[in-house]
Design a protein around this ligand. Structure first.
Ligand SMILES: Nc1ncnc2c1ncn2[C@@H]1O[C@H](COP(=O)(O)OP(=O)(O)OP(=O)(O)O)[C@@H](O)[C@H]1O
Length: 763
């Protein structure tokens, strides 16, 4: 393998071939005397075949395509591979030319395939060691079989791609000379019984080909992305700018694959992003506008939990700690690692969110307005960090921004005009010259009145450089949106491990927020005291007083449970969405809430019921199912609080912010009051509705335990009219408890179903 620095040769046009007169001499029988030419224009590399024998093939979109003689081919955004073949068959001898835009020394290594089996993975005992968190310990096996080489996937987390085609999990695929193999953003290929591979994953390249997005229904249909074509090269730092509502966030969501409801193609490292999103998402980092960190965790703990969730399951604690230290260094937060996140400044929080996303070492990194709300100094420092990350840590960074003071730190600017029309994609210092304006304000007003002209000009330029002159830009294929979208192919981390990490994290969050925890535990304490104040002496003896106090107890339980959880999901929705787009399973997430809430509800029930019954001094006469009637009341209140907490989780899963959740709380409570069977008789529709209220079943249990049907009315001294709800009996009690338990379980399922809509959150 020989490397050449094309720019360093300081020539506009270079020839390669076997002749000594060529700038690049390749001594190989396959190569003609003057095989081809290379032209360098600005950042573009054009390659042409000088030989008429049709031996040169360009790798593009999963395949090698014959190059026509004398015609130039432009360099693609990512690495460009050209195969020069002795014969058109794969089995013949090949010379592979790799054009890479990244000027790093020794990017490529060679491994001679001397053994029948060559192991590839992160573990140092592999024959080919790829040090990247996205690579599994034993990722792949390359076997020299009778018919050639075959690559096997070893149940890897992030899959193997051969020419953009995924190798099925634990499956295999034949590989030939020149085939492009990609593992977690690292490219390798076979050449004459050797594997040529990149030592580290480079920043991924991205190519948008005719991307469109239409929103709205029937008469209200609107195109918010309009024939977007653009290329982003490896390790570029790119800013997407434009007026408000121009479609910056929309185009970034399309680029990242997080919005699949688009038409057109997005290629990441030449691989169709939408079709392979489930595997490629692991090399994509995304920092939304809202911070994706928990205020009540220390930064290091936050990173530890995320590392456990994001990094492959076979990573050791040592590897995770090493990676955490590295990302803390990258974002300059080593000193603050043991601080609570709530104590960090706005800029530091943004860096912390970036650190969270860097853990998995993504090759492609998106940020939505990372500098918004930062002072000019902090903004500049963050922009410097991002620019440095793109070059020294091999990341392609794409961000949406409103501010352009530091735009010169970027390699490229994408300017979106009104209506989702792309008007410029190029160097920042050339932008004003291109538009013939002196300031951004002038560019905005020019685009406001002439967006179609600038969009057309851009598309013409793009076509000239990238497409055949005669290529027409195709119209949007509406059906493609659905058919192209590949459903979730299954998350690959262990659900039990995930549940463990999420539960531990939630425990820590609840217990770190001391003030809130105190409030949660103080509530039942104060309510128990207040219940004692209002309770009459004849509770458990007289119908009226017993029913009222039991109703108050049930309602208190409902309020306590609802308050526990009604903000718990919506307040962390941006984090949940980000993790869900990764490997998080919604059911493990909800179950972790249930586990922690069970402990909280247990403590609350014990305080509320225990204190109340102790203060009341006496209790119902006889037990039915449990050893004492007090325990039966305890269990009823526990199930009441727990089922209400589950109800709160549904509300919290449905809404997008805490204010809306709290606005719904009175509505949920009023339903509980109306249909408890205490204030109003339950007949017809009211009876049916009451089936889905916690209050009805809670009162049914409490009426049963306190034997309300046998207690006399205060005024008449006679028993109250018999109410079937309060029928006494052990089986009735057990069944009603079971109903409360089932309600709680069903609420969990509903929460999971509702949360699937997270994908539709565009921000
Ligand atoms: N899901 C959607 N349904 C309907 N309209 C949408 C949807 N998503 C975005 N839009 C509209 O598309 C346009 C572009 O939105 P987008 O958020 O991408 O703009 P932007 O350039 O990022 O704006 P800003 O700078 O104000 O954040 C806006 O008019 C927005 O209202």
């Amino acid at each position: 393998m020989t490397e050449y620095d094309l720019a360093g040769m300081k020539k506009d046009r270079l020839f390669f071939g076997s002749s000594m007169q060529c700038d690049i001499v390749i001594n190989d029988p396959v190569i003609s005397e003057i095989q081809g030419k290379i032209k360098l224009v600005n950042d573009m590399v054009y390659v042409g075949d000088m030989d008429d024998s049709g031996k040169m093939y360009l790798y593009r979109d999963r395949n090698y395509h014959p190059m026509f003689a004398k015609k130039y081919y432009v360099k693609q955004p990512g690495d460009m591979f050209i195969r020069i073949a002795g014969s058109s068959s794969y089995s013949g001898k090949n010379v592979i030319l790799v054009f890479s835009s990244i000027s790093r020394n020794s990017v490529w290594s060679t491994k001679k395939l001397t053994k029948p089996q060559t192991t590839i993975g992160r573990d140092s005992r592999n024959d080919i060691v790829l040090e990247n968190p996205g690579v599994s310990r034993k990722h792949a096996l390359l076997v020299n079989s009778a018919n050639g080489y075959v690559i096997y996937d070893n149940n890897s987390v992030n899959s193997i791609y051969v020419n953009g085609e995924i190798v099925q999990r634990a499956g295999s695929m034949e590989v030939h000379d020149g085939d492009i193999i990609q593992i977690a953003g690292i490219t390798m290929f076979l050449s004459e019984n050797s594997v040529i591979y990149q030592q580290a994953a480079g920043g991924a390249s991205l190519e948008l080909h005719n991307v469109n997005k239409i929103v709205g229904k029937a008469d209200d249909r609107r195109k918010i992305l309009n024939h977007v074509f653009c290329d982003i090269g490896n390790n570029e730092f790119v800013a997407i700018i434009g007026g408000s509502g121009a479609g910056k966030t929309t185009v970034m969501n399309a680029m990242s694959g997080f919005d699949y409801d688009i038409s057109g193609k997005v290629y990441c490292n030449g691989i169709d992003l939408r079709k392979n999103f489930q595997s490629l998402k692991n090399i994509i980092g995304f920092v939304p506008q809202q911070d994706i960190i928990y205020e009540n965790l220390k930064l290091r703990r936050m990173l530890e939990y995320t590392a456990q969730l994001k990094m492959p399951p076979d990573t050791t604690k040592g590897e995770r700690d090493e990676r955490i230290q590295k990302v803390l260094q990258m974002v300059g937060l080593e000193e603050r690692a043991n601080e609570y996140i709530r104590k960090l400044s706005g800029g530091q929080k943004k860096r912390a969110s970036i650190a969270v996303e860097l853990l998995a070492d993504p090759g492609l990194f998106f940020l939505d307005e990372p500098t918004s709300g930062l002072d000019p100094d902090t903004e500049k420092s963050l922009m410097n960090t991002l620019a440095k990350l793109s070059k020294t840590e091999n990341k392609t960074i794409i961000m949406v921004t409103h501010t352009v003071q530091n735009i010169n730190l970027c390699d490229k600017v994408i300017f979106m005009g009104p209506g989702g029309k792309i008007c410029y994609c190029g160097k920042p210092d050339k932008m004003y010259e291109y538009f013939g304006k002196d300031s951004l304000v002038d560019v905005y007003s020019e685009l406001a009145s002439n967006v179609d002209m600038w969009n057309m000009k851009y598309l013409m330029l793009y076509k000239e450089q990238h497409l055949d002159k005669n290529t027409e830009i195709p119209e949007v294929n509406e059906n493609e949106k659905i058919s192209d979208m590949i459903k979730d192919s299954g998350k690959k981390t262990s659900p039990l491990k995930q549940l463990g990490v999420l539960t531990k994290r939630y425990f820590e969050l609840v217990f770190n927020d001391r003030q809130r925890l105190l409030l949660l535990l103080l509530q039942p304490f104060i309510i128990a005291l207040l219940l004692k104040v209002v309770a009459k002496k004849d509770v458990f003896k007289i119908y009226d007083s017993t029913q009222s106090i039991m109703f108050a107890l049930a309602c208190s339980g409902i309020w306590i449970g609802l308050f526990n959880t009604i903000q718990e999901v919506c307040k962390e929705r941006p984090i949940l969405k980000r993790e869900y787009m990764g490997n998080l399973r919604l059911w493990t997430y909800i179950l972790s809430k249930y586990i922690v809430q069970a402990v909280v509800c247990f403590m609350q029930t014990t305080i509320l019921t225990g204190l109340f019954l102790v203060l009341m001094k006496h209790a119902p006469k006889k037990e039915q199912v449990l050893p004492t009637p007090q325990l039966e009341i305890w269990l009823t209140i526990f199930l009441t609080i727990y089922a209400s907490a589950a109800l709160g989780l549904i509300v919290s899963s449905c809404v997008r912010n805490s204010d809306r959740a709290m606005a719904l709380a009175p509505f949920v409570l009023i339903i509980q009051l109306l249909f408890s069977g205490v204030l109003f008789e339950l007949k017809g529709a009211a009876d049916k509705i009451s089936y889905i209220t916690v209050s009805r079943w809670s009162m049914e249990c409490l009426g049963n335990i306190t034997n309300l049907n046998k207690l006399n009315m205060k005024v008449t001294g006679m028993p109250h009219e018999h109410n079937d709800l309060y029928n006494r009996g052990a089986s009735h009690l057990t069944n009603t408890w079971l109903i409360l338990f089932l309600m709680m379980a069903v609420c969990g399922v509903i929460s999971v179903i509702v949360l699937r809509n997270l994908k539709k959150d565009t921000r």
